[in-house]
Design a protein around this ligand. Sequence first.
Ligand code: PMP
Length: 427
Amino acid sequence: MTGNADLIARRERLLGRNMSLFYEEPVHLVRGEGVWLFDADGRRYLDCYNNVPHVGHCHPRVTEAIARQASTLNTHTRYLHEGILDYVERLTATFDKSLDAAILTCTGSEANDVALRMAQAVTGKTGVIATDHTYHGNTAAVSQLSTRMPPVGGFGGHVRHVPAPDSYRPLGGEPGDAFAAAFTAKVEEAIASLEQSPHGFSALIIDPFFANEGFPELPSGFLDGAVAAVRKAGGLVIADEVQPGFGRTGRHMWGHQKAGILADIVTLGKPMGNGHPIGGVVAGSETLNAFRKAFRYFNTFGGNPVSCAAAMAVLDVIESEKLIENAATVGAYAKAGLARLADKHDVIGDIRGSGLFFGAELVTDRSEKTPASDLATKVINGMRERGVLMGKLGIHQCTTKIRPPMPFTRENADVMLSTLDDVLSGL
Ligand code: PMP
């Protein structure tokens, strides 16, 4: 693969070292269509990884909407234009009525950055609670929230981390109510600690599906205690919907709706424009106005007519192709297939997820639940060799990350499952 070696060397020279690249033998992609990706040699891969091309790679309705608007007008939001208004009206109609306004950004990181400042504008405090093992983005402010990539110079005194919920190894050792109570107690401890600090307590920021943390199976109501503690202390709940949003988890449009909680601020990204860079922050108009008054925010590219056209087309396709229902039915079918594989392969310790975001936690010993992180790497590479692209994540980095474009079919799931069976049999 001299071609790949050349590209790798050019990347390093032109883009710098330590730029992450998937797979022992990286994939050189040239084209995408629906759930399929094609490499430079014309080989086809089943995409079980990418949530950004939410309605399918290069969906014609989205590419047409982008092309039409790009050849008509594209500019910033300091002029009047219906595009952003029509989009925000349609978007906010999918939320609780208390969340009726939005700021549009270009990335999920920017959205979370804005959300933290919104909470600051409302509460006058800066202390934030996040789960460990999470990721909320790459700006100086939000990289403070991630323990996986600790910020240079260390964490600011305004951040407290609570253990990410892990349904396979529940905090305190007991599942059910005891597990939820143990999580709530950690949040209460963190609130008390921030209240005693000069920063005070401003917000709890969570992905309500805990996707990067390994998407634990949490019953509806699990987060009620933590949310009540936040509200009691005068703080805000920020739901990061970059991963579970836009119907990914099946049945619900938003992860916090699935979790049965009401958020004060919701942040959006990845799937919103099907690959076109658009993110957003949805909140009540009072919260939004408090932020605008305090920070006078402007984002040159955020909410431009082309981005809004792309995002509107995504909502159209989700609805017209019934992709949320598809996520629910195909996801359940694929998860049941994984459960059958678990009967055959001891390495599968746990199966979790919802809709088209699911996977298996791999272990070297089922009774000890010993994480099989190296083995997971082998599995991912074995899948790639056989033409199926997926990833791994979670607290121990040993859970397969299966998160395909939403038009994924049962036939696609069968291909993924039989390939996984093959790879696990060859271990
Ligand atoms: N929040 C979550 C939960 C994410 O997973 C990510 C990206 N992986 C982000 C925020 C950041 O989004 P972006 O890369 O668009 O800045």
